[in-house]
Design a protein around this ligand. Sequence first.
Ligand SMILES: NC(=O)c1ccc[n+]([C@@H]2O[C@H](COP(=O)([O-])OP(=O)(O)OC[C@H]3O[C@@H](n4cnc5c(N)ncnc54)[C@H](OP(=O)(O)O)[C@@H]3O)[C@@H](O)[C@H]2O)c1
Length: 384
Amino acid sequence: MACGGTEQFRGEDRILGMPMRYGMGCVRAMTGPGWSATLVTNDCISERISVGGTVGDILGTRYLGAARLAVTAMGLGCMALSGLYGTPEESGSLRLLDRALELGCTFLDTSDAYGPFTNEKLLGRALAGRRDKVVLATKFGNVRRPDGSFLRVSGDPAYVPQACDASLQRLGVDYIDLYYLHRVDQQVPIEDTVGAMAELVTAGKVGHLALSEAAPETIRRAHAVYPITALQTEYSVWSREPEAEILPVVRELGIGFVAYAPVGRGFLAGRFSDPAELGATDIRRQHPRFQAGNLQSNAAVAARLRAIAEAREITPAQLALAWLLAQGDDIVPIPGTASIEHLEQNVASASVRLTATELASIADAFPPGVAAGDRYADMSLLNR
Ligand SMILES: NC(=O)c1ccc[n+]([C@@H]2O[C@H](COP(=O)([O-])OP(=O)(O)OC[C@H]3O[C@@H](n4cnc5c(N)ncnc54)[C@H](OP(=O)(O)O)[C@@H]3O)[C@@H](O)[C@H]2O)c1
């Protein structure tokens, strides 16, 4: 990467949802193989960085697991593009994925369960001819019927290679960078499932192994069979449960942590305040946190986040993401969005630096257990 000259600027603008106040700043023109960008910094006001021009690399790199799988500090959760939250027009989804790659947000998260199957196909179309530009993560084991309804959890060793081959075909690729067991099959010893997943690495179909929503003891047993590179679990200001046991275990074992639903499935971001605003088939209508009885108390939690964000002149989603990024270099949030504007705002949040005082006040305002209601209608599917 080559850096061009610098120049002074003055003025006020709002770029990627981030206010650039009046003041002096500097503009750095940067180029790299196949891209160019202009980073605008406003150092005298804050450490905020915004992207002007076509491409940015403001996310930087984080490394997952002892194998140090290099990923962007924030990924893109692709679930919202197919199925569970509705299905936007494909042309818009393809534009969103293009923009993610332009912005350097190249850690893409999908699953065979999203759609089901159509999300992987969408990514296959989006990535044709540029597979090498992304770190591709997908999942298996959360088995769905074609209409999307839940069928079973499967960690059956015989099913593992079948699921992987089907994902490879839908994605149109010959390897998956990070392959997750989406849900732990409580009927199959984790050693057997991970043993079958390890054979995929040997066969060159998968780069690294990962688990989703696994209990601490399961993580230990799985890691003893084959090195686990990442654990994916819900983690955000209002879902701080992983801090008690899960984060200490993955840190002890040198496993990376991928934080899903980092903006509270849109509720913390102010995307909706009542499930009635969502589409008729949107899965969030069934989530206990958005049901009468919990909704009012959780609205107060979202309002608390909004107030802190307003004081900082950023959006609530940006505050939620900046808080997560500040929890450790081993944590990689994967916010989901179908909106290019929201994607840009989320990427820009990587340049928000929260002070120790701000982090402490957020910790006070959002203690573990602050959200009312379970994360899922059926918590028995989670390995605890
Ligand atoms: N391993 C698992 O079991 C599991 C479970 C759930 C999710 N995931 C993964 O995690 C990813 C993220 O989770 P998620 O999508 O459930 O929750 P999320 O990222 O917390 O929230 C997504 C929602 O927030 C809204 N949003 C995002 N950025 C916003 C912004 N800047 N301003 C306003 N609204 C914003 C989106 O609406 P718009 O589309 O309008 O922006 C969308 O409705 C998924 O895509 C999936 O890859 C994994």
